[in-house]
Write a protein that binds this ligand. Structure first.
Ligand SMILES: Nc1ncnc2c1ncn2[C@@H]1O[C@H](COP(=O)(O)OP(=O)(O)OP(=O)(O)O)[C@@H](O)[C@H]1O
Ligand SMILES: [Mg+2]
Length: 336
């Protein structure tokens, strides 16, 4: 959890990252003899603000659009509709010096440390390269910066890691190198895309500890992407729950966990293993296999999996995000 407590004035300040009605769709190769193609809508009119100094959690199951959101935020892709803003500026329109600065200040740690690190580069090369690309510091200064950053991510004594290659590291160590590579540029936004999905639980906790410490020391704004509400609760100030490209709930982490409002968030909470509790003690039980057809175009995206759904209303109409208290919102007619 970051040390920054969101005050009313911070919440109203310009967000560091803003998604404004962002839609991203992909054409995929068609199947069958007829050829053609289908369109996968990965993000659907998503609005999202990430504020300075917070750790923001984006939580959802596989394929819900989390990585797509991250790729749009770091400008690896552009939205089909809507805008991504960085400190109020449209990321798609950044050019020249501003674009360079953006590339330096917004960093991403990718899901898979096995693929994101070049196997032919030493740890020193991997972590130093961004400094060289951005022409920051002299070689001796760069090496000091590399050592300092490796120490910060817990790879100590750092000298013993400099000349190793990725295959000589454990999964957890690789992910630490990936974090160091992102941190060496002193970003003001750090996006961590499921940084622990390939790691076991005890190593994952260590990585959360590093991210939390980095946030506390550097006041970096962080987007933490995960499929686990438990991990988001542990680390984040606010959480957004995403389902098939739609934000279905958003609010302070504590409130989302203690008072989940959307049936999907309730289902995610139900899915967390709780030791010592028999299976029967489920509070919500919202995620059963339901033999129900997909909703009409424009219906609630969660309709076909939602036990308490209203068979007419929810099939036909899509609920907007609404809030009773101004800080915790959900997109569900049943909550209204
Ligand atoms: N380049 C692409 N071409 C076609 N479809 C894509 C592409 N990238 C993503 N998609 C589709 O968009 C949807 C969202 O994908 P995304 O990678 O954002 O999900 P995710 O939430 O990150 O999932 P995971 O937890 O498995 O990483 C998926 O249905 C995926 O198949
Ligand atoms: Mg992903």
């Amino acid at each position: 959890m970051s040390t920054t407590t969101m005050t009313q004035s911070q919440t109203q300040a310009m967000p560091v990252i803003r998604l404004e009605r962002v839609t991203r769709a992909y054409h995929t190769g068609g199947g069958g003899f007829a050829g053609g193609h289908t369109i996968v809508t990965s993000l659907n009119e998503v609005d999202l603000d990430i504020h300075a100094g917070e750790i923001f959690g984006l939580v959802g199951e596989s394929g819900s659009g989390k990585t797509t959101a991250a790729r749009l935020m770091v400008r690896l892709e552009h939205p089909n509709h809507g805008r991504v803003l960085y400190h109020g500026e449209n990321v798609a329109k950044l050019r020249g010096k501003k674009l360079k600065r953006f590339r330096r200040r917004v960093q991403m740690i990718f899901q898979d440390p096995y693929q994101s690190l070049n196997p032919y580069q030493s740890v020193q090369h991997i972590v130093e390269e961004p400094l060289a690309i951005h022409k920051l510091g002299l070689p001796a200064q760069r090496q000091n910066k590399v050592i300092e950053t490796l120490t910060q991510v817990g790879l100590t004594p750092s000298m013993t890691y400099l000349h190793r290659y990725p295959h000589q590291l454990s999964g957890g160590q690789r992910q630490r190198v990936a974090i160091a590579r992102a941190l060496v540029l002193s970003p003001d936004v750090l996006i961590a895309d499921e940084p622990t999905s390939m790691l076991d639980a005890s190593i994952a906790i260590q990585i959360y500890g590093i991210l939390s410490e980095v946030q506390r020391r550097r006041q970096v704004t962080m987007l933490f992407i995960t499929h686990s509400l438990a991990a988001a609760h542990f680390l984040c100030d606010r959480i957004a729950v995403i389902y098939r490209g739609h934000i279905v709930e958003i609010g302070p982490a504590k409130s989302v966990i203690a008072d989940p409002r959307h049936p999907y968030t309730q289902a995610l909470l139900d899915a967390l293993p709780r030791f010592g509790h028999p299976w029967g003690e489920r509070r919500f039980d919202t995620l059963r296999e339901i033999p129900r057809s997909e909703p009409a175009t424009g219906g609630c995206p969660f309709f076909s999996r939602c036990v308490p759904a209203d068979l007419d209303l929810c099939r036909q109409r899509r609920p907007a995000l609404k809030s009773r208290d101004g800080i915790h919102s959900s997109a569900c007619f049943l909550v209204e």
